[in-house]
Design a protein around this ligand. Structure first.
Ligand SMILES: [Zn+2]
Length: 449
């Protein structure tokens, strides 16, 4: 792949990434990350690429690179980095994937069909509205690298960070934090930096000798923890109301101004393009997503057409209203890859200029048992007033100085129920989960909206 091709692919994919994942609306933070990234890129082997650095409005912990010098970091990973040297380590690592042409190689290896699938699932989700069950379409975009590539990128991250004046020990410290997140995670299978970057705990050891080399003979390095913490103060933690937040079993969307209730106790996952709730231990699902480019003059036509194009045959259905909103609710038969023959209870609901789909999906033989649950959730869909929408606030990072007697538990309890786990607080402040904060230690904490 030529450099011109690399840049062209990066440019095309960049437009998709920005549109699908969203750019975090904080100019000062974007400029900070860009300034830092450019310093690192300038000391790399490819300083003349048109480098771009973007903070995405995504709560997942992730960073990735596209060919041609496009580097992305999620707002979700930022609070888990504990100083500027660690941020430099992550950006340096991703720059390394570009300078070593790992990302270009991965794109070259992908066949035409694979690329089509990547583009298909991102560009035109309406062609396969149920295609993403169990795997995020965007997960496909995150290129998986080999272990050798990862270790090379770690070493390059160390090299660029130290050349540009940051403490190269930020790389193993950042990898240690990622290893702790992985260990504490009960969310396996969610596409994030961990699933595309194998076994950080091994990499900590591998990178240590590189760090020692980089550190020897150097004058002085900076980590700037205080400055970094100040940059983190106030950034959104977790879901953003503009894209919808999960609060217990409720889903509230301030941008589109609606709310609905999922069945209590179900595992609700607010993804980038859809919300999927799963019955614990079962293979019954409820999903919520916008109908992309709805076609039809009536809600009935929109519903039947979009279900038909997804391969679902209407068994029954009728026009109705749900909390004052025009809707078409139907029962459909079809098949899904992992579930086999399924029955779907689907409501297509008109909300201003959008059409929202709420679909309960169950294997045919168990559908009757869960139908009342599906109906209850569908009927909970309701518009929000402007005032209600404005009252939904995101959780945010705040700074706090630990006092004698503070524990992660006591700090987490003050934030409120379910806002953040004590172990997560420990990890985001660079501690092992069984450590406790030291009195006087400056900490990142989470406050509810
Ligand atoms: Zn990597």
């Amino acid at each position: 792949m030529s450099e011109a091709q690399e840049i062209q692919i990066g440019q095309q994919q960049d437009a998709e990434v920005r549109k699908e994942m969203g750019v975090y609306n904080d100019r000062a933070l974007q400029e900070y990350v860009t300034t830092l990234g450019l310093k690192l890129a300038q000391v790399s082997e490819r300083p003349n690429l048109p480098w771009h650095f973007t903070v995405l409005d995504v709560p997942a912990i992730n960073a990735f690179a596209l060919p041609g010098g496009y580097i992305y970091i999620t707002r979700g990973i930022l609070p888990f980095l504990d100083d500027e040297a660690q941020l430099a380590g992550v950006l340096g690592h991703e720059i390394g994937h570009v300078t070593a042409r790992h990302s270009a190689q991965q794109y070259s290896r992908a066949t035409g069909a694979q690329l089509g699938l990547i583009l298909g699932s991102i560009l035109v989700p309406q062609t396969r509205p149920f295609a993403q069950l169990g795997e995020s379409g965007l997960g496909l975009l995150f290129l998986k690298y080999s272990r050798d590539d990862e270790e090379q990128a770690d070493a390059l991250g160390v090299k660029y960070a130290s050349r540009a004046g940051w403490d190269p020990a930020g790389v193993p410290r950042m990898l240690t934090t990622l290893a702790r997140i992985e260990e504490a995670s009960d969310n396996k299978g969610v596409p994030n930096w961990l699933s595309t970057h194998p076994a950080p705990v091994d990499r900590v050891q591998k990178v240590q000798s590189v760090v020692q080399q980089a550190a020897s003979g150097a004058a002085r390095f900076t980590s700037d923890r205080d400055g970094y913490l100040r940059r983190m103060d106030g950034i959104v933690y977790g879901d953003n109301p503009e894209q919808g937040v999960v609060r217990g079993a409720s889903f509230l969307h301030a941008g589109l101004r609606f709310a609905m209730e999922f069945p209590p106790g179900w595992d609700v996952n607010n993804g980038q393009t859809q919300v999927v709730a799963k019955e614990p231990g079962g293979n019954t699902l409820l999903l919520l997503q916008p109908v992309q480019q709805p076609i039809g003059r009536s809600i009935q036509e929109v519903a039947l057409r979009s279900m038909d194009s997804a391969g679902f045959r209407a068994a029954s259905g009728g026009r109705t209203t749900i909390n004052g909103l025009d809707a078409f609710v139907g029962t459909y038969e079809g098949a899904l890859q992992d579930l086999g023959r399924v029955t779907v209870r689907a409501a297509h609901i008109a909300l201003d200029r959008d059409v929202l789909l709420v679909a309960g999906i169950a294997p045919q033989q168990t559908y009757d048992r869960v139908e009342p649950t599906f109906i209850k959730s569908i009927n909970s869909f309701r518009p929000l007033t402007r005032a209600e929408a404005e009252a939904i606030r995101p959780n945010r990072i705040d700074l706090y100085t630990a006092r004698a007697g503070d524990t992660w538990q006591s700090i987490a309890e003050r934030a409120g129920r379910g806002v953040i786990k004590p172990s997560t607080l420990a990890i985001m402040n660079g501690h092992a989960v069984n450590d406790q904060p030291r009195p006087g230690e400056r900490l990142k904490i989470v406050v509810s909206g």
